[in-house]
Design a protein around this ligand. Structure first.
Ligand code: F6P
Length: 373
């Protein structure tokens, strides 16, 4: 019997999304006699039943394309803006799953998407997810697709910034994305030879960074590159944020939870503000001219790297096989060379930050990189 599967991409886009759609779809058609339909713009398209047929011709020629041919959004099934009001649209989503005679729904996304998919699983839908994000912060998987490409883009940016920092004897701060995890800044910082790397997991001291830069200067190195993850904070700000967070946790009533969209324990990441402030402070301490480059959405755009194409194809085709076997309620994770199912309840509500004893942190320290502490 032909199985009918639905697929959507949700959350921030990332390179490799089309490669994974192709991987699922080609395996589904060629090997498992499945028909696949896509929903536009994440959970919103599923709620509004906006579908795209994903037959062989639709999947052809998209392996190298950036973005997602389905579109995406950050809408959540249980709290969607409809007619100016936030509403729980889970029932409409369940109805559309049934209307399309789906045997399974694949949700491709990062941490938020895993949570939303889990909610639908609790409504007895056959759900399977795939881990995507340039932040690499999804737990229980070695890596997420999108990360390798973003890492390459950020590394190339640091390479290019070196020559101009060198020519002008400046400090250049380069801010990467990564949300509340430091994988991108740390990886690109190591690969690009940044002199200072700041990540959210290690609150920084401006004085110590200044000292490290002045020390370089004394040794004739008149420029410095500082790789900053967007979620990095100073030790003082980290202490203040923790205090606010604790207060929030204690006071968190239903109404407050509603206002924050149901995300608990989340401190908002300030995009750029901290890095600009840090540049000013470093200029004051070191008397060296400082400049800031915020890489932003550049890291999410364009062609996926070879590694991301392979990972997406591996996980995508394994996802079709998993559905064929009738395995649901799982995220398909990358474990070494294998694609293995992990129960969704083990994934939701957690983020994978950089462990302080991670080999990347150890090797950065060993080559003399200042980590702001
Ligand atoms: O999660 C991916 C990511 O690119 C983060 O690195 C960044 O903080 C966030 O998305 C930006 O979100 P938006 O696309 O909603 O501005």
């Amino acid at each position: 019997m032909t199985m009918h599967i639905g697929v959507l991409t949700a959350g921030g886009d990332s390179p490799g999304l089309n490669a994974v759609l192709r991987g699922i779809g080609k395996a589904a058609h060629e090997y498992f006699n499945m028909e696949m339909v896509g929903f536009r713009d994440g959970f919103r398209g599923l709620m509004e039943n906006r579908t795209v047929p994903l037959d062989e011709s639709a999947l052809s020629g998209i392996l190298t394309l950036g973005g997602t041919i389905l579109g995406t959004s950050r809408d959540k099934p249980h709290r969607m803006l409809v007619g100016g009001k936030y509403m729980d649209m889970t029932d409409a989503i369940v109805d559309n799953y049934c209307k399309n005679h789906l045997d399974a729904l694949i949700c491709i996304g990062g941490g938020g998407t895993q949570k939303n998919a889990y909610r639908l699983m609790q409504k007895r839908l056959n759900i399977i997810t795939l881990p995507k994000t340039i932040d690499n912060d999804v737990v229980m998987t070695d890596v997420t697709f999108g990360f390798d490409t973003a890492l390459g883009i950020a590394t190339e940016a640091i390479d290019r910034l070196h020559s101009t920092a060198h020519s002008h004897h400046r400090i250049i701060l380069v801010e990467t994305m990564g949300h509340r995890a430091g994988w991108l800044a740390l990886g690109a910082g190591i690969a690009g030879g940044a002199d200072v790397i700041l990540i959210p997991e290690i609150p920084y001291s401006v004085e110590k960074i200044g000292k490290a830069i002045l020390n370089r200067n004394r040794h004739g190195k008149r420029f410095s590159i500082v790789a900053v993850a967007e979620g990095s904070v100073s030790s003082e700000d980290a202490a203040a944020l923790e205090k606010v967070e604790r207060k929030k946790q204690t006071n968190r009533g239903k109404a407050e939870n509603k206002r924050s969209g149901g995300d608990s324990g989340v401190s908002e990441v300030t995009h750029g503000g901290n890095t600009l402030q840090l540049a000013k402070e470093l200029e004051k301490i070191t008397m060296l001219e400082s400049r800031v480059t915020i890489l932003g959405y550049l890291q999410r755009g364009g062609t996926p790297s070879a590694n991301d194409r392979i990972l997406a194809t591996r996980l995508g085709s394994a996802c079709a096989a998993m559905i064929h076997k009738g395995v649901f309620g799982v995220m398909l994770a990358a474990h070494g060379d294998r694609a293995e199912p992990v129960a969704l309840e083990q994934v939701v509500g957690k983020i994978k930050t950089v462990p302080l004893n991670h080999p990347w942190i150890e090797c950065a320290r060993r080559v003399g990189t200042n980590l702001g502490d």
